[in-house]
Ligand binder design. Structure first.
Ligand code: HAM
Length: 410
């Protein structure tokens, strides 16, 4: 779990504001949901035999003897809310976004944290492949607006309850003869969730699964048609993608389209965002049959990419006011207050300190301008200004400060 401090926080705010802007242009509206839910909200949606539910949830009993869990992801809570608040009675599609901390008791490593942040979206009520393409396009627009390059859109279809069992059988047959060559986790997965073997990072499992049947070869006609339409719309939108039949998501609720955006500039944890369709989940939560699709962006990983690949200007004070003497200090607090009201970032020097040490502090803060007010300036009503980046300087009337700053485009 990490503390997030300036200047990194500026990158966090940038990602949040870009996402907010892009999502609202696609009609996604914000939901704010609790970080704790009844444990069953997650077990019944993410799946009993997933790593998240088996090993990674922060689950405990509350004082009322109820089993509650810190949310390991956002989709389950959004679906719980959608059903509980009868949002399905509103006209379809209903499109929501959310952001906040998620908690998974994973082995921490670069890009993997126990408290991490997601920005996510969920769209309900539209089975059309156009919605899949729109959601993926929205994700692309976010990443593009942030200036991220060298990212790959991996897409797949994992079928539906009609065709996936057929594929599962084929996979079980394929691995049956080589169980001794799979890692202990995959031996367990073989019985509980054989598709997850495709996702295992252990070398001998990677080797063993070469030549395994591919899910895309076993899709039923409806799923195949749906997937082909999604791909053709991605083509129309000019989104390059990689069909990756080995991409199996770690959550059980998915049906049909799944996708993951990966970056070669991250280590082993290279997925910056991921999502997919989950056409059966609302019904499983007791709501009407409602197709749905969404994704979540992993904030820490996006920030890591931004830090390494894009140049950033972090905000610095607009003006540092150095005051000499008590009268000047009184005047400078009034000037500062007036300018702050206009939205400028103003820092005040310590009038007990020398001008030299106040100037040093202005420099350390990388203030754009320094205003100097002493006895002479108080008498003349004009203050001295200095621009730190090029050392230009001059004088202005104390009544013209706002115009001066606006003219200089501060
Ligand atoms: P997920 O693949 O589990 O999907 O997580 C989405 C993203 O969250 C990952 O691609 C990654 O960037 C980030 N992430 C996951 N775990 C960690 C971690 N321990 N530390 C740092 N970052 C992490 C979901 O959570 C689904 N709810 C996405 C979704 C929304 N599907 C449909 N709608």
């Amino acid at each position: 779990m990490q503390d997030i401090l300036p200047p990194d926080i500026y990158l966090w705010q940038k990602v949040e504001s870009v996402a907010r802007e892009v999502f609202s242009s696609y009609g996604f509206r914000e939901l704010r949901l609790p970080v704790v839910e009844s444990t069953s909200v997650f077990t019944r949606s993410i799946g009993e035999n997933t790593d998240i539910v088996e090993k990674e949830m922060y689950t405990f009993m509350d004082k009322g003897d109820r089993s509650i869990s810190l949310r390991p992801e956002g989709t389950a809570s959004v679906v719980r809310c959608y059903v509980e608040k009868n949002l399905h009675t509103l006209p379809s599609p209903q499109k929501f976004c959310y952001s906040g901390p998620m908690f998974r008791y994973e082995r921490p490593q670069s890009g993997r944290f126990r408290q991490f942040y997601q920005i996510g979206v969920e769209a309900f009520g539209d089975p059309n492949p156009r919605m899949d393409a729109e959601v993926i396009a929205m994700l692309r627009q976010c990443l593009q607006k942030l200036g991220l390059k060298e990212i790959t859109f991996n897409v797949n279809s994992i079928g539906c309850p009609e065709c996936r069992p057929v594929y599962r059988e084929k996979l079980v047959d394929f691995f049956a003869g080589g169980l001794d060559r799979l890692c202990p986790d995959c031996n367990r997965r073989y019985h509980t969730n054989p598709l997850r073997i495709l996702d295992c990072k252990v070398d001998r499992c990677v080797e063993m699964r070469k030549g395994a049947p591919r899910v895309t070869d076993y899709l039923c006609n409806e799923c195949k048609e749906h997937f082909n339409k999604v791909l053709s719309l991605l083509d129309v939108l000019g989104i390059s993608y990689l069909v990756n039949p080995d991409m199996v998501r770690g959550l059980d609720y998915y049906t049909r389209t799944t996708f993951e955006v990966t970056s070669s500039n991250l280590g082993a944890q290279n997925a910056v965002a991921a999502g997919g369709r989950y056409d059966r989940l609302v019904k499983e939560f007791g709501g009407p049959e409602t197709p749905a699709i969404g994704f979540a962006i992993g904030m820490e990983r996006i920030i890591e990419l931004l830090k390494n690949s894009v140049a950033h200007d972090f905000p610095t004070p607009d003006v540092f006011i150095a005051a000499i003497g008590e009268l000047a200090a009184r005047e400078s607090i009034v000037i500062a207050d007036r300018l702050r009201e206009k939205g400028f970032w103003i820092e005040l020097g310590d009038d007990d300190a020398s001008l030299k040490s106040q100037m040093r502090r202005a420099d350390r803060l990388s203030s754009k301008y320094v205003f100097i007010i002493g006895e002479d300036e108080m008498n003349s009503g004009r203050l001295k200004w200095k621009k730190l980046s090029d050392s230009s300087q001059g004088e202005i009337s104390m009544f013209e400060i706002t115009d001066f700053l606006l003219q200089k485009s501060v």
